[in-house]
Design a protein around this ligand. Structure first.
Ligand code: ARG
Length: 461
């Protein structure tokens, strides 16, 4: 880091900043991530200033080429960041003025770091929302491929972690698709409120210069312009909303991880996770651990923590800008990094899952998964549902005593509880009979799940 003891704001100061205070108040170590957005915002601001006649076209040309050169230096790692210049904004502005002289000093006309930083974060978040959204789509494509390729696999659907009713493996996967799809929609919705221009609010009250905010918004691709200058520089609700949408994504990935961890355990043994997504144990040679889902489940805490940090950061702040807001950066950045990493892991891992179809089937055959089908059968023969429920409950007890599934009970055994039961009962007691019968929108019949996969493909196309 270079030493730059002259501060852009120290005109009224009579003593140098305390060394600890200087590093305590600086954000450049972490906000330098915003550099490309800061430069993008500055070029748009300067372009607008020139267009309305506040700076000359010569100054604009110098500012533009100077900032473009600085961006190259930053990208190549040769830029000298300085803690004494506090943050990304003053580092870049200082470097610009060193390079192009007085023209660089005109850039900050009609602007404050308060509206500058709010603009940078919004540009950054808009970009990251687009990257995260693309990852979600990638993951969704993987889910659809896996679901379509295994439409014949039947597994136990669980409630209370116990066998409940047979479902298609693909139907189960499509449940995750729906959750992730709502996450996608939430991000898009959040993007609408992120994509609003704060620039022009200046420190808090606006500026005495005849700026053209519509032009700046157009240049930066913002869909709207913040209506109130004080709101524009102070609130970070858009970032909180992003962290909330991110928390829901992580909540979904975490519960899905929990399921994958169970499914790969020898106790369940429902799926094979390829070796490349697992690691071994340094002491137990037999182990193949599902580290990727475990880490995703673990990382969920960081994002929930960021949401809490941001909410807490905001709750005590009177209008307008307060330095507290500098603390918004790290939770936002960490949320972005975590989401991108976890979604990348899932997008790669999910299509590589190999369902163990025999095991899934056998698991569905244990636990009387077709008991509801038998009750429904009795209802269709005229028995009220509550009575049918009771009959089947007794038959389950018969099965447990005999160590047999319902489909393995003889007709005599079945009829011991209800004379209504006939030979045709066996078609509803099979796994196929059970899933095929749930043939309505949202049900697990293969016809319905195939159609759901098709509709989902259209939705994300
Ligand atoms: N680094 C500051 C932040 O992140 C930039 C804005 C500073 N403005 C100020 N008046 N101190 O919020």
């Amino acid at each position: 880091m270079a030493d730059n003891s002259k501060k852009p704001w120290d005109g009224r100061f009579t003593e140098a900043t305390d060394a600890f205070v200087e590093s305590f108040t600086a954000s450049v170590e972490f906000d330098q991530i915003l550099a490309p957005y800061d430069i993008q915002g500055s070029i748009a601001h300067a372009t607008m200033l020139e267009r309305v006649g506040i700076i000359t076209d010569n100054d604009l040309a110098l500012i533009k080429s100077g900032l473009e050169g600085i961006l190259k230096d930053i990208e190549s790692g040769t830029f000298q960041w300085s803690v004494s210049l506090e943050d990304v904004h003053m580092n870049i502005e200082h470097a610009l003025t060193v390079q192009i002289g007085d023209a660089g000093k005109t850039l900050h006309t009609g602007r404050s770091r308060n509206d500058q930083v709010a603009t940078d974060i919004r540009l950054y978040l808009r970009d990251q929302i687009d990257r995260i959204s693309a990852k979600i789509r990638h993951l969704q494509t993987g889910i659809l491929d896996l679901a379509a390729a295994n439409i014949d696999a039947i597994m136990p659907g669980l409630t209370h972690l116990q066998v409940a009713q047979p479902v298609l493996f693909s139907h189960h996967l499509m449940a995750w698709f729906e959750m992730i799809d709502r996450d996608y929609c939430r991000l898009q919705d959040c993007r609408n409120r992120v994509n609003v221009l704060p620039l022009g609010a200046a420190a808090l009250a606006g500026t005495s210069f005849p700026i053209d905010r519509t032009l700046t918004a157009e240049l930066l691709g913002f869909d709207g312009i913040a209506e109130n200058s004080m709101d524009a520089v102070s609130d970070r609700d858009f970032a909180i909303e992003f962290a909330a949408a991110g928390s829901l994504i992580m909540m979904h990935l975490s519960r899905w991880s929990e399921e994958l961890i169970l499914w790969t355990s020898p106790q369940f043994d429902y799926i094979e996770l390829p070796d490349r997504f697992c690691t071994g144990s340094s002491i137990m040679p037999q182990k193949k651990n599902p580290d990727v889902p475990e880490l995703v489940r673990g990382k969920t805490g960081r994002v929930f923590g960021s949401l809490t940090s941001l909410l807490t950061l905001m709750k005590g702040q009177p209008l307008a800008y307060n330095k507290d807001n500098q603390e918004d950066k790290e939770p936002i950045f960490d949320t972005v990094t975590t989401l991108l990493q976890c979604l990348t892991a899932f997008a790669d891992m999910i299509p590589a899952i190999e369902p163990k179809k025999e095991n899934l089937r056998n698991a569905a055959l244990r636990g009387y998964a077709t008991a509801t089908d038998l009750a429904d059968y009795l209802v269709r023969k005229g028995i009220p549902f509550r009575d049918a429920h009771d009959v089947v409950g007794k038959l389950v007890a018969v099965g447990i005593a005999a160590g047999k599934d319902l489909s393995e009970l003889s007709l005599d055994e079945l009829r011991s509880q209800s004379e209504t039961i006939c030979e045709d009962v066996y078609s509803v007691l099979t796994l196929e009979g059970s899933v095929n019968s749930r043939n309505h929108l949202g049900g697990t019949a293969p016809e319905q799940v195939t159609a759901a996969i098709e509709r989902a493909k259209q939705r994300i196309a």
